[in-house]
Design a binder for this molecule. Structure first.
Ligand code: ADP
Length: 482
């Protein structure tokens, strides 16, 4: 297991020698110590990346396609150890970690595919003035990347894929909770032949590392995935150099079940989308709204299915519900449930910690709260836990209005067996993506990006490459061969 940082092509400790611990959230055991770096190390990484930019952008698209495919292939070869490492530091069940390795690879393969598909666009000036116009996708330069702990591989490859495809060197700061996955990925990149210095990984204090990114004119894009609160801080810090930002922030997905929905399909959809990573995902349904005509059977079938959720250590094959990542995470879940109950919600199941023999106290029982209302905290902020607050609605207009009234606009879900009705409702939801009878709408081949306070910019799909290499226009006069 690699525990040192990769800075300018060298595996190093923090300048001070300081380290920070990485714990297994399932049992609090110490997995490793990683360097606690700060401003100096991050600045050196940025400077190294800036020196490598010319060389990296001059590699051929074919070389970069091969590089992305090689990284992806090595990840596939190491699927099991990578998944185990992820489960140990993050807690999610092993089958989900294997799935994340595949999902993370799809962003590298997707970027390689898009790069292969792209060619230079050559256009004549439409005014026929004798000019020729070339439009290139030109890489911005050094990209700084800050990633969260909930999908440590995938949130990184979502950004690395398009960055490497377009020839942008990267300096990444993974979450303090899950630095080991990023270091394992860095090891693979080195093995795949990524030019030295084109990918540095700096672990440590977020604030000084962030400062180093914003202090440098060489950082041409900072791509961040994390909470809206941190996103807001980054926007403030970016103002001094107007650092370009891409932000994938928090959401609060509504899950609307119309009267003509297939109830079993909606329940299965909830089992997947709500309980993936124990509810610790930004596209997790947080406001479940069922038409009153099917509310009761929806609730009872969901409760039946939720009884099959087994909490435990992610490495145990029987587990399909892991722990919350940390104590703050479990406290947040508890406070949302307490708040809902104090405001009149009815507890159908769960609502308490789940004791798992020999493990930490970060396991929360799968919970159903009935009679949820928009005033409750769980209907306003991401709970990031295995809690299903459910409300019944009479009129779909009311459900759409509630769905849209929060300042978030990341994902939403609509369940219906009528295509026109489903599309009508989906088209009125102010989110970047809508799953229509689909609990997993986010893929590497489709664009994904939030509206309102859920973020700026696009990841996935062809548009992802434009974030790192926007169009640059050459307007040419007098060069016959151009
Ligand atoms: P969460 O609450 O889910 O942990 P955060 O937004 O706090 O989400 O964290 C996401 C990432 O942002 C992590 O890598 C974290 O270290 C980093 N981060 C948090 N605060 C800052 C900051 N002020 N500057 C730079 N990075 C930060």
């Amino acid at each position: 297991m690699q525990t040192r940082n990769l800075i300018d092509g060298q595996w190093v400790d923090a300048d001070s020698g300081a380290t920070m611990p990485v714990f297994d959230p399932a049992d609090d055991s110490l997995i490793a110590e990683v360097p606690k770096c700060g401003l100096e190390e991050a600045s050196r990484s940025v400077a190294a990346a800036a020196r490598r930019f010319d060389g990296f952008q001059s590699t051929t698209p074919g070389e970069r396609v091969a590089l992305l495919r090689d990284i992806s292939r090595i990840m596939a070869d190491r699927r099991d150890p990578l998944a185990e490492l992820l489960t140990r530091e993050q807690g999610k069940p092993l089958f989900e970690s294997r799935g994340e390795v595949d999902y993370a690879r799809s962003y590298l393969d997707g970027a390689a595919h898009e790069l292969e598909r792209r060619s230079l666009e050559t256009r004549l000036d439409p005014a026929l003035t004798g000019k020729s116009v070339l439009v290139h996708s030109a890489p911005l330069g050094v990209a700084a990347i800050i990633t969260p702990w909930n999908f440590p591989y995938a949130m990184l490859t979502k950004k690395l894929g398009p960055a490497f495809a377009t020839g942008c060197p990267v300096v990444a700061k993974p979450s303090e909770e899950t630095p080991l996955s990023a270091l394992a990925l860095a090891e693979i990149c080195v093995e795949a032949g990524l030019p030295s210095g084109c990918f540095s990984v700096v672990t440590g204090d977020p604030v000084p590392i962030g400062e180093a990114f914003f202090d440098s004119q060489d950082v041409r894009l900072l791509s961040f995935t994390g909470s809206t609160a941190t996103g807001r801080k980054l926007v403030r810090s970016s103002s001094s150099r107007l650092t370009r930002l891409a932000l994938e922030l928090g959401g609060h997905a509504p899950f609307i079940v119309l009267e003509d929905a297939d109830i079993d399909s909606a329940v299965e959809g909830l089992m997947i989308s709500k309980f993936r990573n124990s509810g610790q995902t930004c596209v997790s349904p947080n406001r479940i709204m069922g038409h009153h005509s099917l509310h009761d059977p929806l609730v009872s079938r969901l409760a039946e299915r939720m009884k099959t959720l087994v909490s435990g250590r992610g490495l145990d094959p029987a587990t399909n519900l892991g722990p919350m990542i940390n104590d703050a995470g479990i406290r947040k879940v508890q406070s949302h449930v307490e708040d809902a109950l104090s405001r009149g919600a009815r507890l159908l199941m769960g609502g308490e910690l789940r004791h798992v023999e020999g493990l930490s106290s970060r396991f929360y029982a799968p919970t159903i709260l009935l009679d949820a209302t928009p005033e409750m905290l769980c209907f306003q902020e991401e709970t990031f836990g295995p809690v299903c607050p459910i409300m019944s609605f009479e009129d779909v207009g009311e459900a759409i209005q509630i769905a849209n009234e929060l300042p978030y606009g990341l994902a939403s879900y609509v369940w219906s067996s009528d295509a026109d009705r489903a599309m009508f409702v989906a088209s009125r939801l102010h989110t970047g993506i809508v799953g229509i009878n689909d609990p997993s709408p986010v893929t590497s081949w489709t664009p994904f990006g939030g509206r309102k306070q859920s973020g700026w910019g696009i990841e996935g799909g062809a548009a992802a490459l434009d974030e790192y290499a926007p169009p640059k226009t050459y307007s040419i006069v007098g060069l016959q061969d151009a």
